[in-house]
Design a protein around this ligand. Structure first.
Ligand code: HMG
Ligand code: MG
Length: 316
């Protein structure tokens, strides 16, 4: 679709380019009932690598008793074909995860914690303070080994156990994570409760202290507000957005969490707004159809549903 030919003050500050950070193979598959065979995961990541996506989060090096769906992290990391210039990342909760990730050839890793104590404890079995201490054994050693380190703060906009979350706890965590040396912090709406004014409030609190290019947004689309929240982020200058193909996703330790913002829905909107991503929508749709077949359920992406509907109407 062609870019809009007229602009108004409303859209004047939008970025011309956005980095789409694909988390489907990790955030998506960690939450599926059906175990996806390792070979299918590898085929999916290889296909995603051909869509123009610059970043793909492929798996997690976590305790397999906690996330059995990603117990094959090493095999996946060793099995994929890496394309020059692309970033392949994974979650690591601790030093043990980092060591396994580096052994398997990973050059980008991500640490994760929550802005609310209860979710942090349920998800990684530590207090927030203990988690930050554990990250001291991850971030600097990863960098010494030549790896890029990202961070996630979950439950920024609401917690499944505590409800409202003080935005200042996110400000403190972002400060600590950037001081530890991560290159970017992704702000997670783990259970998909964020609304645009709240997103504005959190981003403005952060950008009064930290450069905007240190921040990314990670929305789950549980209540249908993800794209509206993305637009607010773009208007405020955010240029990295996380999403998952087909709208897969969810945290097993966040009851009520549903799929991430679907990558197709995001790309469709960005293409229409004339914002460059480099991602080929049709190639991405093919990947989502592949995933739909091996997880055995319909994916929530609205673009995907419209596309499939249009194809079957055209055939009729
Ligand atoms: P723990 O049980 O407290 O760990 O788990 P521990 O240190 O006491 O060790 C217990 C056992 O786990 C030991 O094995 C360790 O070796 C092993 P044993 O001696 O019993 O045989 N272990 C490990 N094994 C493999 N890899 C490791 C590892 N570490 C310890 N890295 C731990 C603590 C953090 C490991 C656990 O809680 C865990 O794995 N949690 C993962 C939770 C998770 O992945 N959640 C989903 C991702 S977060 C998310 O989805 C949100 C996000 O998308 C953003 C958003 O949406 O907001 C990022
Ligand atoms: Mg998530």
């Amino acid at each position: 679709m062609a870019a809009q030919s007229h602009t108004s003050p409303l859209f004047a500050g939008l970025p011309s380019q956005v980095t789409v950070y694909e988390v489907g193979p990790r955030d998506g598959l960690q939450n599926e009932q059906r175990m996806v065979p390792t070979a299918d995961k590898i085929a999916l990541i290889n296909a995603l690598s051909l869509t123009g996506l610059p970043k793909i989060e492929i798996t997690s090096f976590v305790n397999p008793k906690w996330i059995p769906q990603l117990a094959d992290a090493s095999e996946v990391a060793r099995g994929i074909s890496r394309r020059e210039g692309m970033g392949y990342s994974c979650l690591v909760p601790n030093r043990r995860g980092l060591d396994s990730a580096l052994d398997a050839g990973m050059k980008e890793v991500a640490v994760f914690l929550s802005a609310s104590e209860t979710h942090n404890k349920k998800n990684i079995n530590k207090t927030i303070a203990e988690t930050l201490t554990a990250f001291e054994e991850v971030v600097a050693p990863a960098q010494r080994a030549g790896a890029l380190v990202r961070a996630y703060v979950s439950t920024v906009f609401g917690c499944p156990y505590e409800g409202k979350v003080d935005p200042e706890s996110t400000v403190r965590l972002v400060d600590k994570l950037l001081t530890l040396g991560v290159y970017q912090v992704s702000l997670g709406d783990t259970i998909g409760v964020a609304t645009p004014r709240q997103v504005e409030d959190v981003i403005l609190r952060l950008t009064s202290r930290f450069p905007i290019d240190k921040l990314a947004l990670h929305f789950h689309d549980t209540r249908g507000t993800a794209l509206a929240n993305v637009v607010v982020g773009l208007q405020l200058g955010i240029t990295t957005i996380d999403s998952a193909l087909g709208g897969l996703g969810g945290c097993p330790y966040a009851p009520g969490a549903s799929g991430n913002l679907a990558t197709e829905d995001l790309i469709y909107m960005l293409d229409g707004m004339g914002i460059h991503t480099g991602v080929h929508l049709d190639a991405l749709v093919d990947c989502s159809r592949q995933v739909g077949a091996f997880i055995g359920r319909e994916l929530p992406s609205k673009y995907l549903k419209a596309h499939v509907g249009a194809r079957s109407r055209a055939k009729a």
